[in-house]
Design a protein around this ligand. Structure first.
Ligand code: SS9
Ligand code: ZN
Length: 539
């Protein structure tokens, strides 16, 4: 979903320096140049209506913002001063309505099945704006409005909001902190409350309120320089297990790319290709219904590359080989441990979290304000396979449509998966053990062997097949015993890129399954750093 609105700034405020129209033009241009735009359906934008905006914001705030187009420059400056780090321009009310409206058009298109998923390239961003206040370049909270809208119009029961922007979307947190139907996850540069917006409630112990306890997850980055491993560790050992237990009907992403390398605000070191993996790992939730809405991202080069990585994955192309996964840093593991401990009482997948022991880790995090210009390699070219899925089938088994039938197979370097009988236990092993280990192993081929006594239901098998396609640039070979004919279709569907059906709300994994998985993880984590979940508190 591409919608371009450019408005030139005539107010000279620091906010205007980085939240510039070029953010959208370079992103769109990169999508066009890479051929990705042609593969997308472009959805028309609309202005959010008053009713849409009032889903989140107060009447008095909306009425006040409505007056800004008619204000003099002096009045505008006066109006701006009451908020933090925003600028108001005569045209920003119109643009803010378009940004929110674009997010709603995307929700309509996904919820009606017109498209499977999509991305709204919008500005101004939204996740900092609150019920009655603008903040951090944000006027209306695009994603919070989209979540309320999806619940109201489509009866969506559970919405997962993943905020991978480098700033804490406090506006989203305030909107849903006592609402168990909206799970808000955010990581953000925090530096022990020294980094903007310097809120005490951005720390890991803000877990939600009243009925919403457990449904607000904050991961504070207390150092800059976080890398791909740090981001993947949080996904594997925190976000994904909780997301599968929550079992959302819709996934909204506050897709801010100021968490990418080169961004002046984030000062992190994760490379744009990591967003291909973050996106891929979310695409088997909610039956694939995923709406990404642009938030921040102020380095035009890394922004454009990150947008392309995200869109190319939404289109179903194989992810690139994960770059420089040399293990999470100590600061990230300390944060991960704190968040898992804070939430263990709310999520059965984290119940065992308090039984962690110390781990030896190196501390790669740097102090902030690094002035040197970051450089990084272009993300590797990603293949768009002409034949996505080939099948080798015995006679008499029909070839699922969309697949190419082959008759021969080669010898393979297998990555054998362990087998567990219980779905929750199995997913616990996949997310917290197999996935991080496989990412660190970085295979060139994944061999998936379905033993006839696997006892795995087809949906779990499809989830596994879907998730593992983030590895080996999607090069996967599935071997099935001949008694598994009914599994050929679901397997082919997953290999063709169709999202796996939801597993439903997962019950707690069996204690004996958790015990065996955790003892294996403890044994392996000395050699496989992505299996670590706590830092070593003594240096
Ligand atoms: N010195 C204060 C800098 C405040 N920066 C606000 C950043 C808002 C980002 C929205 S994604
Ligand atoms: Zn941001």
């Amino acid at each position: 979903m591409i919608q371009i609105q450019a408005f030139e700034m005539f107010l000279s405020s620091p906010a205007c320096k980085i939240e510039v129209p070029e953010r959208l033009t370079v992103s769109h241009e990169a999508l066009v140049q890479s051929g990705l735009a042609d593969r997308c359906v472009s959805i028309p934008v609309r202005e959010a209506t008053d009713a849409d905006i009032l889903l989140v914001h107060s009447e008095e705030y909306l009425e006040a913002v409505k007056k800004t187009p008619y204000m003099t420059l002096e009045d505008l400056k006066e109006f701006t001063l009451q908020y933090g780090d925003v600028y108001f321009h005569p045209n920003i009310y119109h643009c803010a309505k378009l940004a929110a409206g674009a997010a709603l058009q995307l929700v309509d298109s996904v919820m009606t099945g017109k498209v499977r998923n999509g991305m709204a390239l919008v500005r101004p961003p939204g996740h900092h704006s609150m019920r009655s206040a603008a903040s951090g370049f944000c006027v209306f909270n695009n994603v919070a409005i989209a979540a309320r809208y999806a619940k109201q119009k489509y009866g969506v029961k559970r919405v997962l909001i993943v905020d991978w922007d480098i700033h804490h979307g406090q506006g989203v947190q305030y909107s849903f902190e006592d609402d168990p139907s909206v799970l808000y996850f955010s990581w953000h540069r925090y530096e022990h409350q020294k980094f903007w917006p310097q809120l005490r409630e951005s720390d890991f112990d803000s877990v939600g309120k009243n009925k919403g306890v457990g449904f607000n997850i904050n991961v504070p980055w207390n150092k800059v320089g976080m890398q791909n491993s740090d981001y993947l560790s949080i996904f594997c050992h925190l976000l994904l297990p909780v997301a599968y237990e929550f079992n959302p009907d819709l996934v909204l992403v506050c897709a801010g790319f100021d968490s990418a390398i080169g961004d002046p605000e984030g000062e992190m070191c994760a490379t744009p290709d990591i967003f291909a993996h973050l996106t891929h790992l979310l695409m088997n939730l909610a039956g694939g219904k995923l709406c990404a809405v642009l938030e921040g991202g102020y380095n035009l080069t890394s922004l454009a590359q990150s947008v392309c990585q995200t869109v190319q994955t939404l289109l179903g192309d194989p992810a690139p080989p994960p770059a420089n996964l040399d293990g999470p840093c100590k600061s990230a593991l300390d944060s991960l441990h704190c968040v898992r401990s804070a939430h263990r009482q709310y999520w059965s997948c984290l119940k065992h979290a308090e039984e962690e022991e110390e781990e030896k880790t190196l501390d790669k995090g740097e102090e902030g304000n690094s002035i040197e210009e970051k450089v990084w390699p272009e993300p590797p070219k990603r293949v768009t396979p002409t034949i996505r899925t080939a099948v080798v089938l015995p006679d008499g088994v029909t070839c699922p449509d969309g697949c190419k039938r082959f008759s021969s197979s080669e010898d393979l370097d297998p990555l054998i998966i362990s087998k567990l009988n219980d779905v929750s236990g199995f997913m616990h092993a996949v997310l917290g053990l197999l996935l991080p280990l496989a990412y660190e192993y970085d295979p060139t081929l994944v061999l998936l062997v379905r033993m006839s006594d696997a006892g795995l239901c087809e949906i779990v098998w499809q989830q596994l097949t879907g998730l593992l396609q983030g590895l080996a640039q999607g090069h996967m070979l599935v071997l099935m015993q001949d008694g598994e004919k009914e599994c050929v279709g679901p397997t082919a569907s997953s290999l063709l890129g169709y999202p796996a059906p939801s597993l439903g709300q997962l019950p707690a994994p069996l204690p004996e399954d958790v015990a065996s998985i955790e003892s294996l993880r403890h044994r392996l984590k000395a050699d496989w750093k992505l299996l670590q979940t706590t830092g070593d508190f003594t240096t």
